[in-house]
Design a protein around this ligand. Sequence first.
Ligand SMILES: [Zn+2]
Length: 244
Amino acid sequence: MVVRQADEARIYVLSVTTTPKAWRRTSEMAKDCTRIRTALGLHPELAHERHAELPLFEALLPQTRYVGEVGLDGSPDLKPHAQIQRKVFKTVLKLSSRQGGRVLSIHSRRASDEVLECLRAEPDAGTPILHWFSGSQAQLRRAIDQGCWFSVGLPMSRSDRGRALLASLPRDRVLTETDGPFAQEGNRAVKPSDVSGMADALSSVWNVSASEVRNQLATNLRRLTAYALDTSRQVVPRAGAAVA
Ligand SMILES: [Zn+2]
């Protein structure tokens, strides 16, 4: 139903998965919707349970231009799994690089520095989009310098800290996200159509009209999609590139 509603509202959706095993089924659900793309993911919170699915990730990667969710999570309860998280994320970046680059939706909660380090080590992994970025202003500047994009959702607009981050984003590298169905709005799961409220929030933080924000977001999405579909990058490995 969420798929149909999003399609009818003509919303472009990047739906992310948390495990490689979930990808085939999830992408199957959206196969008739031209505005929905399904990213292949291995979520950092599941890395320690699902790292054995890395070979499946590798096998499926040629079928999609989008990877997510992947990344690192430095929350205290996940500390014991930091090493396996890092191994999974580094492998995902290396594989994406070998495939000529992917659009990557990246989770970086309490791990912004480590995520940026890993990205720096694999500059050909693709276009990284930091989803729900919650680092410091200094980490944000570093992420901007490293070419990161940002996907932002309504909860970020509800705290002073979040609004300060939104104000500092490069406007030509911003997309909106819901983090649904995990995120909640009131007492229901967030739906793709809830992103429209985010355009209003950005309009107030950036001090431009909501229609200007929508135009900017649409332009950004076109640029990102053009990058994703650029098949000239799909010739791999690059001449001279060392593939370990
Ligand atoms: Zn996440």
